[in-house]
Design a protein. Structure first.
Length: 144
């Protein structure tokens, strides 16, 4: 299944912000014109909110661990078997999308698709089923 690869980088950092992940390529984007950067950010944010909700739910389910999982957890310094009574953090998808779009407009991050730097939220963009979308967190400078 075709998917958009999502990656995160920070200016001046060697390591990525997060491990690459992907979202299914929206079938309605195949032949459609008029897809904007705002549409892309909307899809990515909503996919991440859903993944966050799933991770919260997974933490509440107790599961048996293999010896390998126990060793890996011990190496990280924390072994998690689920069953946590961590309170669920509600997330409003619409608000999350609005915050992400505002952050883009405020210059907190920029978006690069297949090597092309995009600067306008409502500009039509061209994404392919195998496109690589990079979110680059910019570093704000302090001082005069």
């Amino acid at each position: 299944m075709p998917a958009l690869t999502i990656e995160g980088k920070a200016i001046g950092a060697r390591r990525p912000l997060f491990a690459d992940w992907s979202i299914p390529f929206p079938p309605d984007w195949s032949d459609a014109g008029g897809v904007t950067l705002r549409d892309l950010i909307d899809r990515v944010v909503r996919a991440e909110v859903q993944a966050f909700r799933q991770r919260q739910e997974d933490r509440r389910i107790f599961r048996a661990l293999t010896a390998r999982q126990i060793e890996a957890g011990a190496a990280r310094g924390k072994i998690e078997s689920g069953g946590s009574e961590v309170p669920v953090q509600p997330v409003d998808e619409d608000e999350a999308v609005a915050v992400a779009c505002q952050a883009f407009e405020d210059g907190i991050f920029l978006v690069v698709i297949d090597g092309e730097d995009l600067r306008e939220l409502d500009r039509e963009i061209h994404v392919q089923p195998d496109s690589r979308v990079t979110f680059v967190r910019l570093t704000l400078l302090a001082g005069g």
